[in-house]
Design a protein around this ligand. Structure first.
Ligand SMILES: NC(=O)c1ccc[n+]([C@@H]2O[C@H](COP(=O)([O-])OP(=O)(O)OC[C@H]3O[C@@H](n4cnc5c(N)ncnc54)[C@H](O)[C@@H]3O)[C@@H](O)[C@H]2O)c1
Ligand SMILES: O=C(O)[C@H](O)CO
Length: 325
């Protein structure tokens, strides 16, 4: 008999078929307050779990006595209790690499859109405000040759450094726990401490995961150290930036603008002050959201689950120590 798995994300038909070839698939339309109790029930029998955007915590794992493998359709895994999964010997698989270039493109989009006020200007055109030669009240600021500071010099940070340095002649600064030779040798990036990064960056670009250590790493005190002309771009995770402090900084001119793909609460609440600020470009967490990349992520996650449940894991395991047991 094929092992049962729980799927909580709609997949392209061919990938769903691939899962069906290996498993008895119990499918749910997302993990939310309605489906979660049903998912917990189904997990009594399930040996695998695959999806994205659900909380996989101790409560869920307590309902899954037979679970042997978990696969997330994302690179980020802050919604998983990795310690608890590891304690139970369950591998957590994720999808790095396949989305790196697409997310770096999204970050560059936010850099350009905020600096050149592209969204704001387009909205003014649609509102019929373009009635003659434009004046300085429509002008933006240059991107090329400005300093980009990268917080989170991992796969995405490196791909962003490549775009900024080779495409836009931008000097690159980064703050990291270790030196990144490729960033330094290929893109002339310079490592510095956080205070220097804050003081010298024209664009502070965040591609950090959400961990205990990165929670509110950028708050009131850090924002105050930035240039008043600086632009903050965050496509890592919302909680890395203290959103209340950011809103205040944007309202009072402590910094110039922000381009945000991620937020402390998602979807962004409809009454968020961010939505009223003309110097904010807010995107609905579309970092990896192209047809090609989302397909690639789903395919990688399907392969990852098959590998985990057949004992063939070679890469993309968040907690590889469980494989040695
Ligand atoms: N907006 C989106 O749609 C989207 C898409 C993909 C990934 N992401 C986010 O981007 C993150 C990064 O993805 P990646 O593939 O580049 O991962 P990665 O692991 O390659 O890079 C993360 C980098 O952050 C560094 N880091 C972690 N904690 C740090 C700290 N306290 N101080 C300094 N540096 C620290 C790590 O050392 C690593 O170099 C993901 O974890 C996810 O949260 C968002
Ligand atoms: O972590 C990721 O892969 C992105 O945020 C998409 O969910």
């Amino acid at each position: 008999m094929k092992p049962s798995i729980v799927l909580y994300k709609k997949l392209p038909a061919d990938l769903r078929q691939r899962l069906d070839q290996h498993f008895n698939v119990i499918e749910f339309n997302g993990m939310n307050s309605t489906t979660r109790p049903q998912i917990l029930d189904a997990l009594q029998q399930a040996e695998g779990l695959i999806g994205s955007n659900g909380k996989v915590d101790k409560e869920l794992l307590d309902h899954a006595p037979r679970l042997r493998g978990v696969s997330t359709i994302s690179v980020g895994f802050d919604n998983f209790d990795v310690e608890e999964l590891t304690r139970r010997g369950i591998p957590l698989m994720h999808t790095p690499t396949v989305l790196t270039d697409t997310v770096a493109d999204t970050m560059m989009t936010l850099v350009l859109a905020t600096a050149r006020r592209a969204v704001e200007s387009a909205e003014r055109v649609k509102a019929g405000e373009w009635n003659g030669s434009i004046g300085a009240d429509w002008f933006g600021v240059d991107v090329h040759h400005k300093t980009m500071g990268i917080l989170g010099m991992g796969r995405i940070g490196l791909a962003l450094a490549k775009r900024a340095h080779l495409g836009f002649d931008m000097p690159i600064l980064y703050t990291a726990r270790r030196q990144h030779a490729e960033a330094e040798n290929s893109f002339n990036a310079r490592r510095c401490d956080l205070d220097t990064l804050l003081a010298e960056s024209d664009f502070l670009c965040i591609s950090l995961p959400h961990t205990d250590e990165t929670f509110h790493m950028i708050s009131r005190e850090q924002l105050a150290k930035m240039k008043s002309s600086a632009i903050l771009v965050n496509a890592g995770r919302g909680p890395v930036v203290d959103e209340e402090a950011l809103i205040e900084a944007l309202q009072t001119g402590v910094i110039h603008a922000a381009g945000l793909d991620v937020f402390e609460q998602e979807p962004l609440p409809k009454d968020s002050p961010l939505l009223k600020l003309p110097n904010v470009v807010a995107l609905p967490h579309i970092g990896s959201a192209t047809h090609e990349t989302r397909y690639g992520m789903a395919a990688c996650a399907v392969d990852n689950l098959i590998a985990a449940l057949t004992g063939n894991v070679k890469e993309f395991c968040v907690n590889p120590e469980v494989l040695k047991k």
